[in-house]
Structure formats: C-alpha cells, structure tokens
Design a protein around this ligand. Structure first.
Ligand code: HEM
Length: 517
C-alpha cells in the first residue's frame, strides 16, 4: 500500500469510527429524549384533571428528594390543593384523596385496591405473612385474629399490662430524678413503654425483660427500614439490612413464645395474653365439637404466629407511641383536663386508688375516654394509608385512577372538618359527649381506617390508653415544658411533637395529691 492509500484508509477508518460515535451518541441522546418525553406524557395522561403540577418539574425523579424528609405543612398544602391531587416519583404515580367520602370509598373498594407496602416490607415481614393477603383469604384470616381483640379477650390481658404501667411509672420518676427534674426528652421513653406494653399483651410472661428491652431498643431500625421511600434491595449495613436483622431476631423470640403458649394452654392453663388466646382458640377448634370453632380456627404454626405477632407490633408501635406523646403533652398543658381525669379515676375506683384496673372500671371512664378520642382526632397518628390500584378505578365521575398507581386516602382532613368539629384546631374533649354532632358523625371517624383492613387494635388502643393515662394521672405529677416546636408536627412514619416532648415526672399521692421528690 502506498502512502496516499494508507492516508486515505486512515481517514476512512477515522471517519467511520467518528460516524459510528456520532450514531451511538445520537442513539443514546434520542433514547434519553424519548424517556424524558415518555415520562412527561405518561404523567400528564395519568394526572388528567386532578390537582398537581402541570408537568414533572424534576424529570424522572419528581419530588423524590422532598419525600426523603416529609413535612406536615407540605402534606397539608397538598390536601388543600384539591379533593384529588397527584405526584409522580420515578415510575410511581401517586394519587392522594383528601375528602372524607372519597377516602372512605377507597378504603372500601376491595375490588379495585389493596394495601400498598414498600417493596422492602415484603422482605422484612416475609412474603407469606398474612398482611399481604387480599380479598377472601384476608377476610378469613382476619376472622381468626378478630377474636383476639374483643373486649372480653382484652380484659384478660389487662392485669399484666397494668404491671408494666406500674413499672414504668417508677422508671419515669427515677429517670426525671436522675436528671435533677430538668425537662428531658421523653420521645424514646414513650416508644419504649409502648413497646413493652404491646409485647406483654401479645406474649405474656413468655417473653423476658431482657428480650423486651432488646426489641424495644432496636425497633426503630424496623421503622426506619420501612419508610415510604427506601432502597428496595437489602444491602449489608444499610437501614433495610439492620431492619431485617431486628425483625428476624424478634420473630425468632416470638416463635419460642408461641410454643410455650401452646404448651400452657394444652396443660389447661388460663389465657392471659394474645398468644394464649390464639392457642386456646386453636385448642378449642380441635377439641370442641361446635361449628364456629372448626370453621374459624385451624392449626397455626409457631412461625405463622410469630409473623402475625410481628405485624401487630409493627402496626401498633409507631401509631401508639405517637398517641402516647401527644396525650401526655396535651394533658400536661391543660391542668383542668388533668384534674377531671384524676377526679374520674378516683370515682371509678370508689375512692380506692389501689384497686386494680378492670374492664368495668374502663367502661365507666367516660371523660378519660373523651380525652383519648379528642387526642386521636386532634393529632391522628396515621395521616395517610397507601393503597395500590389493582385495576382502573373510577374514583369520581371525572377521574379514573390507573392500574398500578398508588392511591392514598388521607385521614387528617376528615378529622378536622369544621362542619362536624367546630374549631377543629382546638382541643375540646367535651365535643364527644353522647349524642353530640362529633359523636354522631361516625363517617368522619377515620382514625383507624375503615373497610376490610380497619385497624385490628382499635379497641385495644382505647382500653390501653384509659388504663395508662388514668394511672399516670393518679400516681404521678407530669409537667411539660412548652417550646415553640411543641405544637408543630414532625412526621416519622406517624406524627410526633417536633421538639420530641420535654417532660418531668414526680411521684404523687393519689389520695392527698401531695407531690414528692
Ligand atoms: C393509636 C394507635 C393506632 C392507630 C391510630 C392505628 C391506625 C390504623 C390504621 C389507619 C390502619 C389502616 C386501616 C385501613 O387500611 O383501613 C391500621 C391497620 C392495622 N392496625 Fe392499627 N392503629 C393503631 C394501633 C394498633 C395496634 C395497637 C394494633 C395491634 C394489634 C394494630 C393493628 C393493626 C393491624 C394488624 C392493621 C392491618 C389490618 C388489616 O390489614 O387487616 N393497630 N391501623
């Protein structure tokens, strides 16, 4: 080959590779452009006429970064923007409903929706877990569990729960003493007492104090792992990995407890916790010859029981801790409310504060119950419940939510509806007197959801908190330090006071009201 030919051939090769590069680059850029256009068009189509940005301001990711640090004020602005509003994060299209009637419709639309869980929840709670059941399979399973949370069953768990309350009253008083009665953050202590109460109610004495402490200490890792926005793959030493490790550890403990409960019931023992009650139902199903027992209750393995108990802990822990934080803050800030609770607590005990709490007493705690209801209304722990659309769902005559979208009924707006609750942003327990507008507006009471997935623990919550706040009111003097952030709402799965709740506890004589250090 001569020099000219060689040069020509070099130019040839260079130009071919240049054109190659150009075409790869073009191809790549065209691909990106198509994705970007598709992302926007798909968003605009799914959005239809409902409220929301006209296009995705941040292509593809949408408001992903904001969703990592959710703010109550931003949620509220979204609810106020329209009865249905939307947002799109990556490929997820999310529709939020903010009115009572649409939210109820979603909760009850089993044909169109099912509860939505973050991808990683299936790995942490395990794919076979009952909470992932849908339709008839779910309803059948729920029937077995409902029996564990009736008032009669709950009455059996009360004595051991009261023991936990007594222990924690001493603990909180001592904690405050150790801090020289300086206002101290009680957010973590509230989470711990609620975890201890749940574990005693669910597992009775089969679970040891050390095991309770270990689960209570580590449980926040599960909450963090199951945040709405989280990486779907479990990578060692990340939040989800720690969350799964904690969940596995807790389920292993529950499995051992389940076997002990089975042995206890088989030996004719009394039922004092959820596990006992469950094993009793199974035992009766095998030994009794009545239709109901046979139909409702089959043999559940220890593993199944442990997984179900874990979901109960999971469902209860954050919401109940949220309620605990708000109720202690609210009651401490209103001495008149606290005084009325104390008066009622003495009255239901016939002036004998040492009397152990039972269901009859709880049934007479009308005012205390109104305070709990008003706290749940004023600061509903669960703001929204995510569902996923199974098939195109005509949510309103003008809007059909597309299959695969996340559909989120919100609870807060219907609980702050001024038509039903006059001055909704004020805390007024008296609004719950029998026959009042608020107490008659059953449809607005969405604190625990509604429909087939309605909260399993709602009666338990009302009974537990009557016992809890009642005893603390009698035996302790709790003071709250108000800061500019106390009434502001922090979102961490559920909602909490933004300053993490500054309290002090002192010992109080329930008969004389004398406070001692
Ligand atoms: C203040 C405390 C609580 C609040 C505000 C609360 C609220 C809720 C809400 C809003 C739902 C969704 C309902 C729906 O989709 O319609 C729910 C479901 C659930 N809750 Fe609660 N909850 C609380 C405490 C508890 C406790 C103590 C337990 C323990 C047993 C519990 C067990 C459950 C379970 C198992 C579900 C799922 C039910 C199902 O899918 O069938 N919750 N809760």
């Amino acid at each position: 080959m001569n020099a000219t030919a060689a040069a020509a051939s070099t130019i040839d090769v260079a130009s071919t590779s240049f054109f190659h590069d150009i075409s790869y680059l073009k191809l790549f850029l065209s691909f990106i452009a198509i994705i970007l256009v598709w992302d926007q068009v798909s968003y605009i189509q799914k959005k239809g006429s409902i409220a929301g940005p006209r296009f995705k301001i941040y292509p593809i990711i949408g408001p992903f970064l904001e969703s990592l640090d959710p703010k109550f004020e931003e949620y509220k602005a979204k609810w106020d923007s329209g009865e249905l509003s939307c947002v799109s994060i990556f490929h997820k299209f999310v529709v939020i409903s903010s009115t009572r009637d649409i939210s109820r419709k979603i909760f009850q639309a089993t044909k169109y929706v099912k509860p939505c869980v973050v991808d990683v929840a299936v790995k942490i709670l395990r794919p076979q877990n009952w909470v992932f059941l849908d339709g008839k399979a779910h309803t059948d399973y729920r029937k077995s569990l409902n029996g564990l949370f009736t008032r009669t069953s709950l009455a059996q768990y009360l004595p051991s729960m009261e023991d936990v309350i007594d222990k924690y009253m001493d603990k909180f008083i001592q904690y405050s003493k150790d801090k020289n009665y300086e206002p101290t953050i009680y957010f973590h202590e509230m989470r711990e007492i609620l975890c201890a109460l749940s574990l005693r109610a669910f597992c009775g004495n089969y679970i040891s104090e050390d095991q309770i402490r270990k689960i209570a200490d580590d449980y926040y890792l599960v909450t963090a792992a199951l945040e709405l926005v989280n990486f779907p793959i479990i990578i060692p030493f990340t939040k989800t990995w720690y969350g799964k490790r904690t969940a596995d550890m807790a389920m292993k403990i529950f499995e051992d407890c389940a076997q002990q409960a089975k042995d206890h019931i088989a030996a004719g023992g009394e039922s004092i916790c959820v596990m006992d009650a469950w094993c009793k139902l199974m035992y009766d199903a095998k030994t009794k010859n009545d239709e109901d027992s046979r139909l409702l209750h089959r043999e559940f393995s220890n593993k199944e029981i442990s997984e179900a108990i874990f979901t109960m802990l999971f469902a209860s822990q954050d919401a109940s801790s949220s309620l605990a934080c708000w109720i202690f803050q609210i009651v401490a800030d209103r001495p008149d409310v606290l005084a009325k609770i104390r008066e009622e607590q003495m009255a239901v005990r016939d002036g004998h504060p040492e009397r152990r709490v039972d269901l009859d007493m709880i049934n007479q705690m009308t005012y205390t119950n109104m305070v709990i209801k008003e706290t749940l209304r004023y600061r509903p722990p669960v703001l929204m419940v995510p569902y996923v659309v199974k098939q195109n769902f005509p949510v309103t005559p003008n809007y059909t939510a597309p299959k695969g979208a996340m559909l989120i009924p919100t609870l807060y707006p219907s609980l702050h509806d001024p038509e039903v609750y006059e001055n909704p942003d004020e805390f007024i327990p008296e609004r719950w007197v029998e026959g009042s507008k608020a107490s008659e507006a059953k449809k607005n009471w969405l604190v625990f959801g509604c429909g087939p997935h309605v909260c399993l623990g709602q009666t338990y919550v009302m009974i537990l908190f009557a016992a809890l706040i009642g005893k603390f009111a009698l035996y302790t003097e709790f003071k709250h330090t108000v800061t500019p952030l106390s009434e502001k709402i922090k979102v961490f799965a559920t909602i909490f006071p933004k300053d993490d709740l500054l309290l002090t506890f002192k010992k109080r004589d329930p008969l004389t009201g004398k406070v001692s250090e």
